[in-house]
Design a protein around this ligand. Structure first.
Ligand code: ADP
Ligand code: NA
Length: 330
């Protein structure tokens, strides 16, 4: 029996992924690729909704793909491809635009948040219809499962509504997907502002652990992480967000329980915990960083892998798009 299909993607919106992407997405995907026919997409068409420098976008697209592979996505097991190399994404997005109500699209909270950065008048229509392109991404592959963060739940709901609507108007065509929001996946917070989620689009980088940063840069950031005046190493998310975040990262990356780390550091200072964490982080990220550099040193080989995957993605996506056009009388 064929494996169920999984689709997920990430924007090439930065030179390096951040630790939260690694823990919350890449490490999860790496485990899931065994049980699914998985499509992992570098969503560069999504990235242009907020403007881009062309040379930078091209480089970031390669770097993002390289980090996927370096973190364990196996191009022999999963289809790892670049969105703009499969034209069906843009075509199905147009079709789905015509099935989406203006009011329905207006209720997407991520647009409201993101457009505030530009002001409603200067935000692009592409940013407004971003969730509809995301629906196309998912539906083209007949994905049953879409691993995403909590902030993407509303977009997957819209995708489900559009799939159901199309199926009832034009006949059974799409699998109605489910968001798979990893339970028990720790949320990682900014080191300088430990109540805000660590994010590659953060305005300042001081609180961001970047996968591709050199070891000494990461060390400096961890040693300067915000803590508190209490001086006691214990987990308390509400009262001690900074220390709790350090304990969470330590625990997730070492595979140890928070309690065993608290016990090890009982009676010691925050500096000791931070030094220990520097080692744990380096041990996890160094192999990913080194492998990424190797892959980027041979761009022709990386491009060959990506175009092979795009060929397979095109085959699957065009099959779905052909059915859609036929059902719609196009
Ligand atoms: P970013 O905010 O860095 O741009 P995205 O919104 O593109 O991240 O999220 C990509 C994936 O990484 C999602 O699956 C999301 O759940 C995961 N992720 C992002 N930030 C974090 C975080 N701080 N902690 C845990 N997982 C995260
Ligand atoms: Na983002």
């Amino acid at each position: 029996t064929p494996k169920p299909v999984l689709f997920s993607g990430m924007q090439p919106s930065s030179d390096s992924l951040q630790l939260g992407n690694y823990i919350g997405a890449l490490s999860q995907w790496t485990k899931m690729q065994e049980d699914y026919d998985a499509f992992f997409c570098v969503v560069n068409l999504h990235a242009i909704t907020v403007g881009q420098d062309p040379a930078e976008l091209a480089a970031r697209t390669r770097r993002t793909a390289a980090q996927y592979i370096a973190a364990g996505i196996d191009p022999a097991k999963s289809t790892l491809f670049v969105q703009s190399q499969v034209s069906a994404h843009a075509e199905l997005a147009w079709v789905l635009n015509t099935l989406t109500g203006f009011g329905e699209a207006s209720r997407m909270t991520q647009f409201k948040d993101k457009s505030q950065r530009f002001g409603a008048d200067t935000a692009s229509v592409g940013l407004f219809t971003y969730p509809i392109l995301m629906a196309a991404d998912i539906l083209l592959y007949q994905a049953a499962s879409v691993p995403v963060g909590e902030d993407q739940r509303q977009h997957v709901e819209l995708t489900r509504d559009l799939a159901t609507r199309f199926n009832s108007r034009f006949g059974e065509t799409f699998v109605v997907p489910e968001a798979q929001i990893p339970q028990g996946t720790a949320k990682i917070y900014d080191l300088q502002e430990p109540t805000a989620k660590m994010s590659k689009s953060a305005e300042t980088e001081a609180g961001l652990i970047k996968v591709l940063d050199p070891a000494n840069v990461t060390k400096k950031k961890i040693m300067r992480a915000v803590t508190d005046d209490e001086g006691e190493i214990r987990f308390d998310r509400a009262a001690k967000p900074g220390v709790s975040n350090l304990l969470t990262i330590y625990s997730v990356l070492s595979g140890r329980t928070i309690e065993s780390i608290e016990t090890e550091y009982a009676g010691r200072g925050y500096g000791d915990l931070k030094k220990g964490l520097v080692e744990v982080v380096e041990e996890s990220l160094a192999p990913v960083r080194n492998r990424t550099e190797e892959l980027l040193a041979d761009p022709a080989e990386l491009d060959r892998l990506l175009s092979g995957a795009a060929a397979r993605a095109n085959e699957v996506a065009n099959r779905t798009l052909d059915t859609v056009y036929e059902r719609m009388g196009l």
